[in-house]
Design a protein around this ligand. Structure first.
Ligand SMILES: [Zn+2]
Length: 259
């Protein structure tokens, strides 16, 4: 009697924990931004607004003080997003993903008496590339954030916005970075998982896969249309392998030749 092959699984917990790790860094950055803003920039904006009655002083905005405060935030951001922390966050993520997938696909292979993870010459460089790509994504979140908060602060001062209004915009900008982190976590989990699964399936002689969606309301129509259809790894659908599309949580179920 044929034993049942365990399904390929999408590691939601790995994605959630990656997103949390990045968000921890973002929270710290947001906290120091607001503290420097409250202590050094708010008094300058208030001072400028109190001078608004006198147009002679209006152009005399304390930009040098504000510039120094922005530089302080940038300097502190380098400590929070320092390269070893970023590298470690990316590396922990990719390693967890690998362990999860390795275990999952080994269990599929066991049913057929094959272990596709015994020799994996591709793995080392694949992991290295994935880690360094993810380290860049994390660093880009910080860089995008800093560029944006700098412009929020300068625009606010230039337009004579209240200190409260500028502060609200800064808080909102932290939320944007959090959303970005969540996107990257799910997107990268799918992409890396899809590629690892394909390599391990091919290693155990599986040349075809069945597309399986996460079967919830978030699945896009184009992927729902692929659901339960069989494709060849040599000729996948135009959206790529399961998991490779933006934020895709679909997986590839191995199809063994005799089935
Ligand atoms: Zn999908």
């Amino acid at each position: 009697m044929a034993r049942i092959i365990p399904p390929t699984r999408f590691p939601d917990s790995v994605a959630v924990s990656y997103s949390r790790s990045i968000n921890k860094l973002i929270s710290e950055l947001g906290k120091i931004t607001l503290s420097v803003y409250d202590e050094q920039i708010t008094p300058q904006i208030k001072l400028q607004k109190s001078r608004d009655d006198n147009s002679l002083y209006k152009l005399d905005a304390p930009l040098d003080v504000i510039q120094r405060a922005v530089d302080v935030i940038k300097g502190l951001s380098l400590g929070i997003f320092n390269s070893s922390v970023v590298q470690e966050t990316a590396s922990k993520f990719v390693n967890s993903l690998n362990l999860f997938n390795k275990n999952n696909i080994s269990n599929q292979g066991k049913v057929k008496g094959i272990d596709p993870t015994v020799s994996e010459p591709w793995l080392e460089s694949f992991m290295k590339t994935s880690i360094s790509e993810n380290a860049s994504y994390i660093t880009n979140i910080k860089d995008g954030y800093l560029a944006n908060i700098e412009s929020i602060i300068y625009q606010g001062v230039k337009n004579g916005s209240s200190a409260k209004k500028v502060r609200d915009q800064l808080v909102e900008r932290v939320g944007m970075s959090r959303k970005r982190a969540e996107f990257i976590a799910v997107d990268q989990t799918g992409s890396i998982l899809g590629q690892m699964t394909a390599k391990r399936h091919k290693q155990m002689g599986v040349s075809k896969f069945k597309w399986l969606t996460s079967n919830d309301e978030k699945v896009r129509k184009t992927h729902r249309d692929l659901s339960n259809k069989v494709f060849s790894y040599a000729d996948p659908p135009s959206v790529g392998l399961p998991g490779e599309d933006y934020r895709c949580r679909c997986v590839a179920i191995p199809v063994f030749d005799e089935e």
